[in-house]
Design a protein around this ligand. Sequence first.
Ligand code: MTE
Ligand code: HPA
Ligand code: MOS
Length: 761
Amino acid sequence: MNHLDPHRHVRGESQYLDDVPEQQGTLFAAVYESPVAHGVLKGLDLSAARRAPGVARILTAQDVPGRNQIGGIVPDEPLLAEGHVHFRGQPVALVLARTERQAHAALRLIQADIELLPVITDPRKAAALGEFIVPPRTFRIGDSTGAFAGCAHVFEGVAESGGQEHLYIETQGAYAFPTELGGVRIISSTQGPTAVQRHCAVVLGLGMHQVEVDVTRLGGGFGGKEDQATPWGCLAALGAYLTRKPVKLVLDRMADMRMTGKRHPYSSDFKIGLDADLKIVAYEVQYYQNAGAAADLSPAVLERTLFHTTNAYHIPNVTATAHSCRTNLPPNTAFRGFGGPQGMFVMESAIVRAAEALGVAPAEIQRRNLLREGDLFPYRQPAELCHAEQAWDVAAERFDLPGLRAEVEAFNAANKLFKKGLSVMPICFGISFTKTFMNQAHALVHIYTDGSVGISTAAVEMGQGVNTKIAQVAARTLGISIHRVKIESTNTTRVANTSPSAASATADLNGQATLLACQRLRERLLRLAGAEYTVDYEGIEIKDEQVLAAGIPAETTWEKLVLLAYVRRVSLSENAHYATPGVHFDASTESGHPFAYHVYGTALTTATVDCLRGTYTIDAVRIAHDFGQSFSPAIDQGQIEGGVVQGIGWMTLEEVSYNQEGRLLSNSLNSYKIPDLYSVPAVLDVHFLDTPGHPRAVLRSKAVGEPPLMYGIGAYFALRNAIRAFRPGAALPLVAPMTPERVLGGLYPEAVAEPAGVAVG
Ligand code: MTE
Ligand code: HPA
Ligand code: MOS
């Protein structure tokens, strides 16, 4: 089954927010943002802007009829700045004008009087000042302090990973329309329609039933629109509510890059202890998360870092403490992996530090410590249906790890100015929202009298193929052609109280709800057929649109049966709710069973470094991945390919940098480099492991959205190994991304210094 959308995308037929035909009278909005990262907002001179051509109205915090508050987890984020500004790019005022150009022109006439306050961009400095978003959290199993005393080898170090710009192709935006009875309808580019609805209701002082949010599809989200679509939805809605005119707000690329949060940079201290057989006995880690100026999703991201603190390894004694540090950057947010990659990078760094000091290959330590069935994670969920060793061993055998290693060694022996490096990256990723209550979904299924089917769920299509998967689930369950099935837009009026499309769980949650609804409809139709044709309905099924009794085609078809049901006054609609069974977590003891299941896999990565220039290519990524029983292999393979490349980008090319005044330096595609066609590995080989899947995965096809991003960590260590082939024994810092500049610094430490005065992330 192929993704249903791409041919419409490439023909330009798919509708995105900016393609919605504009209604007459629409006002265009532009955001006046704070020009400084921290200060007291003493005054705002809007007089010249108000007189500018085409300007209809300028809104500030004073115009908010409800509460000026959009914090998702902690109420610490005003929609429009009030009293203080906390980051550069923070929305301060909203200009509404007849054209987009006029709105932007008026921005330049606004003057803010701001008394400057000290700016913090570094999470460790924030921590030293006690600037935390939430109190620190610690996951603990065994007794790490005691265990270190008995270890043959103990190593300590610091690891840093940088931010990452989401760079969804479609920028943030919303289009809001006033509705009768004083409500609003909002077309939003959001992963979380209910979040937009809930916050708009708060901001406007309305009931949620007065706010309708509709999403057809996103041109990418990657976590960046889980919570951070909300401000633009609320601003457009505020404009529409106050002017009673449609209001459209779409950020241009540079505004989007400046104003929105990114992946959280982390700075971490680790300590790892091994016994004489290279078993990891103890691990301690302190994470300093750069949260930015408001909580946003940072506490949840922090929690997932702790859940993935030991990656795919079993370590009996672990103490992991995580700090969410408040800085004067745009609030950082969800990004594919949701804190998991940051935790796993530190774990891999600790293993590599130990391996380099001991003079063994990191793989020696990695393979020996992989999770096995029944091993406890630090949060005390056991590894069940664990495929960590299988993934490693299949990858090593199928892709000939010893042969690859020999090739790299031979190349390095023969070449002086080009060096190759190889790494192995196992992954283990937990599937479920870590907040248990979020693991629920609804599906509303209508069968129309002509036999066509319309399905509404909470799932948002953002390119990951969830609509295709849901249509497949419905078509299979009802026994009909997928061409009869239409997946409707995601709409808060049709499907209420939804979780965002996130945590890789969208197809599982909404697919299971669709499955339930379709099973009930099928059962009802088959009972009717049984009664009508006086056969035992247990023996009846629908296959390829044909009704079969005991395997023999009956005289009725799907179309006829549906029409019969209508005439017999049998309901052709169903609304199902699904809640993942068996998940729970107790934050007071930091233990429980938060995940429905885990996804496993292993990647072998090879890279070549040009040791004169510091430039490099990631040559090949070879992966054995646990898809379970994939029913959309083309889509799932696409998710692996995209995830790997995005992960490689995070670990290598993509460098988010702010100066000490909190100004984004990497503010456009000139200064922020993402992987392009030429930097994608020439070999990207994906092997589907033979695993049974999990009963909680929809049709046993495991979640696939986020896990592959973490294979990208392998690229970092492959490059590190190539540098060490050029300069054996080099003591390299564990700092990501491994940009060509950093590679050069690793090759020639005396000649190339770390850039000064630039905050990582
Ligand atoms: N793939 C595409 N093409 N576009 C996206 O925005 N988002 C990723 C991943 N794959 C994304 C994507 C993220 S962050 C998540 S959580 C999952 O898709 C969400 O979708 P799923 O739950 O259906 O896997
Ligand atoms: N993953 C992704 N998004 C989330 C999560 C999570 O675990 N929790 C809340 N939002
Ligand atoms: Mo994905 S970061 O959970 O949207």
